[in-house]
Write a protein that binds this ligand. Structure first.
Ligand SMILES: C[S@@+](CC[C@H](N)C(=O)[O-])C[C@H]1O[C@@H](n2cnc3c(N)ncnc32)[C@H](O)[C@@H]1O
Length: 245
């Protein structure tokens, strides 16, 4: 992986034309989120025109678990989903790789620092899992889905959000211009330019929806479904853990 000098003269692992892979990607992602944590919420709200708030609430609604459920929010960042889960009457647990993001978590949920590909949680111990906007940051999605199949109890539910690729060519074109040109400028003004240049490029890591649905079904979520939200700006995967065979 190549790295390049930044405007501040220092080199950062995510400031690269290439998309990092494997352990280099894990390190780059952790350092990047540590760096952008203080302004993460502000930039998110501005760049999505607060649609991100609506997408997370929809994910919690479609999780469709009874109040009082224990829900592990994976790649929890600053705790937005944990706040929505608590508002819905659930007992959220926050888990993230980045110490900076966990430090900025203001949800009050118990926090765990871990790589979500290796969850420090017993088999079948949670009623549900949520994950917001992190699938593209992971090095191995089938391993992640298998971890979900391991930790979610039979009958438990998952709701996973990530950025989408709109199907309508006009919306896709507008979205490409917005994320490719405008978001990096907003990021540069308010936070970290290379991190917000990485954002549109990182969508390339995401497999096709059909592939993710097939992988989730193979991991034990027999009714896994994929939805596009807001014309495809965001995608949502949901599913129920079947009985292990
Ligand atoms: C775009 S942020 C999303 C944060 C939050 N879920 C939200 O909805 O705003 C992605 C988060 O994924 C975390 N992350 C990336 N890879 C991870 C991994 N392998 N294990 C745990 N957390 C990870 C990052 O530290 C970051 O907090």
């Amino acid at each position: 992986m190549s790295t390049g000098p930044t405007s501040s003269g220092t080199e950062r692992a995510w400031d690269t034309e290439d998309l990092p892979q494997g352990e280099a990607k894990v390190a780059a992602v952790r350092q990047m989120f540590d760096a952008i944590a203080p302004r993460y919420d502000l930039v998110n709200r501005i760049m999505t025109f607060r649609l991100d708030v609506r997408w997370r609430r929809k994910a919690v609604r479609l999780l469709a678990l009874p109040a009082g459920s224990t829900v592990l929010d994976l790649a929890s960042g600053t705790g937005d989903l944990c706040i929505d889960l608590a508002r819905a009457g659930h007992r959220p647990l926050s888990c993230d790789l980045s110490f900076g993001m966990l430090s900025a978590d203001r949800s009050g949920a118990p926090r765990i620092q871990a790589d979500i590909l290796r969850l420090p949680v017993p088999d079948g111990s949670v009623d549900g899992v949520t994950c917001g906007f992190a699938l593209r940051n992971l090095v191995d999605l089938p391993t992640f889905f298998a971890e979900l199949g391991r930790v979610v109890r039979p009958g438990g539910r998952i709701a996973l959000l990530d950025v989408g690729i709109p199907r309508n060519p006009l919306i896709r074109w507008g979205n490409g211009i917005y994320f490719g040109r405008i978001v990096p400028r907003i990021g540069a003004l308010l936070s970290d330019a290379p991190a917000y240049r990485y954002l549109p490029k990182s969508v390339a890591y995401l497999p096709a929806p059909e592939q993710m649905v097939a992988d989730l079904r193979a991991a034990g979520f027999h009714d896994a479904e994929h939805r596009l939200l807001s014309g495809g700006l965001t995608q949502l995967l949901t599913g129920t853990r079947g009985r292990p065979t």
